[in-house]
Design a protein around this ligand. Structure first.
Ligand SMILES: Cc1cc2nc3c(=O)[nH]c(=O)nc-3n(C[C@H](O)[C@H](O)[C@H](O)COP(=O)(O)O)c2cc1C
Length: 336
């Protein structure tokens, strides 16, 4: 018997747990179609950034007052900021949502990306009107302001989540940073604010250093499988702890065994970007086939029968997730 891979994420019925997370490739309709053909259960569009929305607002204001004509610098700055890294300005982004929605039968999730509560959050409404079935909220932020406490940072995130959720009727998921003092507690606070799902985790990007030119350099390296450990740990700890929120494991998903691990930890959906950028959209098929094979070999007929099997809640010895395991891991290294 072929195992059933259907799952529910953000209240959406998905045919498999495999979701193609936000990436530049998802700005192209052809690539989205390839993902659908390869078996992706849903796609997340690349982000529309707070900076783009605010730059567009400023551009309109300047155009209205004609002041842009007096400022050649502004002419150079604004168009780039408005179009963002993916060449999709706010208007084109909405058009991309409409077209993707029309072209595909799988759910299209829009991504809104910003870090302080302001007018941009209302763009969520326009994304909903354009046809997004859900919104993933990415609040990427580096808390370099040493006057801002952890409590302040969390209050700011909560306010954004509450504002976005109150604008729309579609589900909103939060792509969380792992760098919070008490992730689990805060995650449940966000669910109270209206988040329908938690994506574990957002991958933070740090600059490297050029030792010849003595300056920082921007370079992006795709993720490695070892980066899965942290999302896996928190998927396992949060699994079954909130009835209202779905969990997605993201970052480091590279092979079908990684997908299996995420489901065993308790994921409702499993997201991947780097594997698809490295090996192409068809990699989705490999991940799905591998998951199905693993289940068939163990006569597991549906995902619910294995989901959360290795979660904190269902673990007989919960110390495997905490300090005791830290000591055991060190001990194992020293004595093996
Ligand atoms: C080139 C590139 C661009 C990305 N752009 C976005 C983005 O616009 N919005 C977002 O939320 N995440 C973005 N991400 C992050 C991915 O969606 C994903 O969360 C991250 O790469 C970790 O997953 P992975 O280990 O499968 O790559 C981007 C990742 C890459 C590699």
């Amino acid at each position: 018997m072929t195992p059933s891979l259907t799952t529910t994420y953000l209240g959406l019925q998905l045919k498999t747990p495999l979701v193609a997370s936000a990436s530049p490739a998802n700005a192209k309709l052809d690539h989205l179609r390839q993902l659908e053909d390869a078996g992706a259960a849903a796609v997340i569009l690349p982000s529309l950034f707070q900076e783009q929305i605010e730059a567009e607002g400023a551009l309109h204001e300047d155009l209205m007052s004609n002041s842009i004509n007096n400022s050649p610098e502004a002419q150079n700055y604004f168009p780039t900021s408005v179009s963002g890294p993916y060449g999709l300005g706010p208007e084109r982004y909405l058009e991309h949502v409409r077209r993707s929605r029309a072209a595909m039968s799988i759910p299209v999730i829009a991504s809104l990306n910003g870090s302080s509560k302001a007018g941009w959050v209302e763009y969520a409404k326009l994304l909903e009107q354009a046809g997004a079935v859900a919104i993933e909220l990415n609040m990427y932020h580096v808390p370099a302001d040493l006057l801002e406490s952890g409590r302040d940072v969390e209050a700011r995130y909560s306010a954004i989540v509450e504002a976005v959720c109150s604008c729309v009727a579609i589900p909103v998921s939060v792509k969380l940073t792992p760098y919070l003092s008490s992730i689990g507690h805060f995650a449940l606070t966000l669910v109270d604010q209206g988040a329908a799902g938690l994506v574990l985790f957002n991958r933070l990007l740090q600059p490297d250093m050029d030792l010849l030119k003595l300056r920082l350099v921007d370079s992006l390296e795709l993720s490695t499988p070892s980066e899965l450990r942290l999302p896996l740990l928190w998927t396992a700890i949060l699994s079954g702890r909130s009835k209202q929120a779905s969990l997605a494991t993201a970052t480091g998903i590279t092979t079908s065994h990684d997908v299996v691990k995420a489901i065993l930890a308790g994921a409702d959906a499993v997201m991947t970007t780097s594997a698809l950028l490295r090996d192409g959209a068809t990699e989705i098929t490999q991940l799905i086939d591998g998951l199905r094979r693993w289940m068939a070999e163990r006569e597991i007929v549906k995902l619910d029968d294995m989901r959360g099997m290795l979660s904190w809640q269902r673990s007989k010895d919960r110390s495997v997730y905490t300090r005791a395991n830290y000591i055991r891991i060190l001990d194992h290294y020293v004595h093996s």
